[in-house]
Write a protein that binds this ligand. Sequence first.
Ligand code: ATP
Ligand code: MG
Length: 212
Amino acid sequence: MLAGPALVGFSVRLAFFGGSFDPPHRGHLAIALAAADRLSLDRVLFAPTGYQPLKRSGAVAGFADRLAMVELLCLAHPDRFAPSALDAPHLDGSPNYTVNALEALQHQNPAATLFSIVGADSLLELPNWRAAPRLLELANWIAVSRPHVALPATLPKILDDALTRKRLHLIADVHLPISSTELRERLHAGEDCRDTVPERVRTYIRAHGLYT
Ligand code: ATP
Ligand code: MG
């Protein structure tokens, strides 16, 4: 017998954290940490999105650079965070949908309990994502508050139902005024952004001449 009684029924709590990560910043680290602590997550996979269908302007840095930066970001907590190429761009250039990434993750980890981490802005868009009901079946969702994005008193029905069924967990006391959009502007203006981008990631950005 390989597994002792303590391991019987043990299920890894595995979280998917998708995003552009263009570039990744301390806000991403902080919300993943809050989620991991509150929901006792064993592992958070930081997965840059290849081609995000809802982001009209597309990513500024290429996928390989975003994945490399995420890898460096995850070194801050190597025991709990890891980079993932699960949502890499498709060869035919078609958009990446989170539902496909979560299906793949479930397939690769059939015994895991899946979570998905988002900020408040992404949560409010979730009802418009492809296969929204399926998304809420595939994973437990963890949504973290974000400055300037008030969660309405009444959530859209699909999210409200998920909240009732405890498929959605809200972390409402994290308020980090950091965004990649603002960072790209600041980096472009020549600021070093040491307050919001970890040193390893800043070194990569400089070495590869990103966001200049
Ligand atoms: P951009 O400005 O380019 O959209 P971003 O800072 O929103 O960048 P994303 O890569 O789009 O970063 O975010 C990935 C996920 O992390 C999203 O679900 C987003 O809501 C969440 N997120 C990013 N920054 C924060 C933050 N400061 N507070 C809460 N959630 C955040
Ligand atoms: Mg965003």
